[in-house]
Design a protein around this ligand. Structure first.
Ligand code: GTP
Ligand code: MG
Length: 347
């Protein structure tokens, strides 16, 4: 499936319908008079966070969104029908940004079903009946109806996950995602196997959380090297970064530093997030080499260094325990585990 996390669209709310100019003239009715109704209100433009969407790809094909205008008023004091509101469905985690230099945040859709009224439809114009006064019994005044509002905006999808995997290309991020979730991310022994972020749900010890796998970072990613660093937006809102370092590379400490520098260049508080560090591919090293690498990395980072081997499943449980502990109350109870618990019975 195609993935797109940024799109520019045009939105316009409906104009109000014009007010009517009309007079009541009936053969046997003594008193006529103005009876032009008001125009209907134009449709609003709303955004709604829909479940089951995880890309903005649809916006590559449709970029213009216009809510219908209100209908005009009519004789016999009939108000025009309001234009129907236009609801634009977006994935959860979509931000709506202004098309200005700062990309000002206008709206943020973070929960399923959340709706934001973004542009209001124009008010309907007044019909001539509403201008009737004791001195002006036959007004021909009316209004045309207020214009709708229009705007170009950027949609930016920032996936919502609890934990973000970061590391150099080939660090084993996707392999890890696949080993602890139901995801089937592509794995390959070449850099940049992963080109789009992918989410998976980890179920561990009766709790669950969402893990995000993103493309690898290389030196200079902030300046566009490799596939750049824009996809870091997808880990911006995580509570924890899980930094994977390939234990079998020449210099794991360097690898860790490179990624930390790129996280720092990206900004958005990524380096302030709690980080768990784990060496991967420890099956490729003997015990002595493994201990040496872990020690050097612990010294450089000042943190505990975990070690995993995805094919052997070694160290994975222990690492997940640490992730759960760091996430604390942020995890939710796993519904699957809750169901499998035997139900209580007095017998
Ligand atoms: N021996 C061994 N190989 C591993 C382990 N984890 C990953 N690999 C291999 O390392 C290579 C890269 O793994 P990926 O999971 O694709 O790495 P990645 O970090 O997702 O890479 P990019 O998507 O390119 O950034 C693959 O050939 C994997 O089979 C491990 O624990 N042990
Ligand atoms: Mg990958």
């Amino acid at each position: 499936m195609h993935f797109l996390d940024q799109a520019k669209i045009y939105v316009k709310s409906g104009a109000g319908g014009p007010g009517a100019v009309s007079f009541r003239r009936e053969k046997f009715v003594e008193f006529g008079g103005p009876d032009g109704g008001n125009g209907g209100k134009g449709g609003d433009v709303l955004f709604e966070a829909a479940p089951g969407l995880n890309t903005l790809i649809d916006f590559r094909y449709t970029q213009h969104f216009r809510a219908p205008r209100g209908k005009g008023g009519a004789g016999s004091n009939r108000t025009g029908a309001a234009g129907k509101d236009l609801i634009i469905m977006v994935p959860v985690g979509t931000q709506i940004l202004a098309d200005d230099e700062d990309r000002t945040l206008l709206a943020d859709l973070t929960t399923i079903g959340q709706q934001v009224t973004f542009l209001r439809g124009g008010m309907g114009g007044r019909g001539n009946a509403s201008y009737k006064t004791s001195t002006n019994r036959a007004p021909r005044q009316h209004q045309t109806g207020e214009d709708g509002e229009e705007l170009w905006v950027w949609l930016r999808l920032k996936l919502l996950a609890d934990v973000g995997l970061v590391g150099l290309p080939n660090a084993g991020k996707s392999t890890f995602l696949n080993s602890v979730t139901n995801a089937t991310a592509k794995v390959g022994d070449y850099p940049f196997t992963t080109l789009r972020p992918q989410l998976g749900v980890v179920r561990h010890k009766g709790r669950e959380f969402v893990l995000a796998d993103i493309p690898g970072l290389i030196e200079g990613a902030a300046e566009g090297a490799g596939v750049g660093d824009r996809f870091l937006g997808h880990v911006e809102r995580t509570r924890l970064l899980l930094h994977l370092v390939d234990a079998s590379t020449d210099n794991p400490v360097d690898a860790w530093h490179i990624v930390r520098r790129e996280l720092d260049s990206y900004g958005a508080g990524l380096t302030d997030k709690p980080e768990l560090i784990a060496l991967t591919k420890t099956d490729l090293l003997d015990e002595k080499a493994r201990a040496k690498v872990a020690k050097a990395l612990a010294k450089a980072s000042g943190a505990t260094v975990f070690a995993v081997s995805a094919p052997l499943g070694e160290g994975v449980e222990f690492l997940l325990d640490a992730v759960l502990e760091r996430l604390g109350d942020a995890t939710v109870e796993s519904p699957q585990d809750a169901e499998s618990e035997p139900s209580w019975s007095p017998l």
